[in-house]
Design a protein around this ligand. Structure first.
Ligand code: NAD
Ligand code: TYD
Length: 358
């Protein structure tokens, strides 16, 4: 048996592939375009494993996807591939429309043609699992109830709007063509291999480099954090037992204001790798101009996946964030490797020219 994964060299996709190969005998065909966010170093541990078939290519390339489906005959396709960074979507929404909407559409078309031609038993067992985000639901007020699967879609950024469009396409392919789809909408992930443009890895990397820790606006925006390996276990569980056509929200009941997250990262670094001058890392916090259209609060109501599929996260926030900070301290080569010229250009564009180290 084989599964086909798109975007399996990115943050969540590579964690998924590593965990899948550790827990299953099934082959993974991993189709990834290797954008700035894709990194084969994430998959070094499975480089010699014949069950991992890496294919460098675009999931919107219908000829390539058709040939992969015909050759490998997967029993499931899991769609992780996306442009995923809100700030980049504000600077340049075009790539997000192209990849997240048009790319997903092209993939769906290929998968539909493959699926209709399968023999009845394979057709019945086939699944298309679409990995999405809680950001499609928009922003919550302070005392609003958390997002359930029936919360109305109100995406506010080009990123979340493009993910919402892809979710709608996936839904339509089920309702119109009967394609056996599953959709997961997960909250913010953190953990190993997280590209240091996102909040938590950026803070860990900047802190050690003696750079400012940029907090947008008042830092009181709330996100609901889940350790990446818990997201991966939820996806495995939904693939295994999810009801066709259903949506599952994934989260760990871990709402935290951004400033609390930054303080926690600083405190862990103070403990695990104190600054040479003995001062606390939180002195590096700098308040910067807020993100335009910044969503104030996300929160996931995870009762459906918990009650219907029996899924629970393995990590608490305290255990997950400690592991994460330790992973970045243990892997300076990975960090150095992703800090390419392109990465430095992004920092200059988003935060202005790099300041002198403190
Ligand atoms: P990422 O940006 O780290 O990785 C995306 C991967 O997709 C990269 O390896 C990239 O090379 C690949 N890719 C991009 N365009 C491609 C294309 N045209 N063809 C093939 N591959 C392509 O993203 P991530 O954080 O790992 O997110 C994975 C998925 O999970 C995304 O769909 C995202 O919307 C969703 N998600 C992310 C989070 C989060 O907190 N990071 C939370 C919920 C849902
Ligand atoms: P991010 O990791 O970009 O995820 P998302 O926007 O998808 O939730 O950002 C998480 C939160 O942290 C978000 O509220 C924006 C904020 N943030 C900062 O305050 N400073 C930063 O430098 C970054 C990258 C994010």
């Amino acid at each position: 048996m084989t599964i086909l994964v798109t975007g399996g060299a990115g943050f969540i996709g590579s964690n998924f592939v590593l965990d899948w190969l550790a827990a299953s005998h099934e082959t993974v065909v991993n189709l990834d375009k290797l954008t700035y966010a894709g990194n084969l170093h994430n998959l070094a541990a499975v480089a010699g494993d014949p069950r991992h078939v890496f294919v460098h290519g675009d999931f919107g390339d219908t000829a390539l996807v058709n040939s992969l489906l015909a050759t490998h005959q997967p029993r499931a396709v899991l769609n992780f591939a996306a442009e995923s960074h809100v700030d980049r979507s504000i600077h340049g929404p075009g790539d997000f429309i192209h990849t997240n909407i048009v790319g997903t559409f092209n993939l769906l078309e290929c998968v539909r043609a493959y699926w209709v031609a399968l023999a009845a038993p394979e057709q019945a067992g086939f699944r298309f699992l679409h990995v999405s985000t809680d950001e499609v639901y928009g922003s919550l007020g302070k005392s609003d109830p958390a997002f359930t699967e029936t919360h109305k879609y109100e995406p506010n950024s080009p990123y979340s709007a493009s993910k919402a469009a892809s979710d709608h396409l996936v839904r339509a392919y089920h309702h119109t063509y009967g394609l056996p789809v599953l959709t997961t909408n997960c909250s913010n992930n953190y953990g190993p291999y997280h590209f240091p443009e996102k909040l938590i890895p950026l803070m860990i990397v900047n802190a050690q480099a003696g750079k400012p820790l940029p907090v947008y606006g008042d830092g009181q925006q709330i996100r609901d954090w889940l350790y990446v390996k818990d997201h991966c276990s939820a996806i495995r569980r939904v693939l295994e037992a999810g009801a066709v056509g259903e949506v599952y929200n994934v989260g760990g009941w871990n709402e935290k204001p951004n400033l609390d997250i930054v303080h926690t990262v600083c405190a862990l670094l103070d403990e695990l790798k104190p600054r040479p001058d003995g001062k606390p890392y939180r002195e590096q916090i700098t308040y910067v101009t807020d993100r335009p259209g910044h969503d104030r609060r996300y929160a996931i109501d995870a009762r459906k996946i918990e009650q219907q599929l029996g899924w629970r996260p393995a990590e608490t926030f305290d255990s997950g964030i400690r592991k994460t900070v330790q992973w970045y301290l243990d892997n300076p080569d990975w960090v150095a490797n992703v800090q390419s010229g392109g990465y430095r250009e992004w920092l200059a564009k988003q935060y202005g020219e790099p300041k002198n180290p403190i």
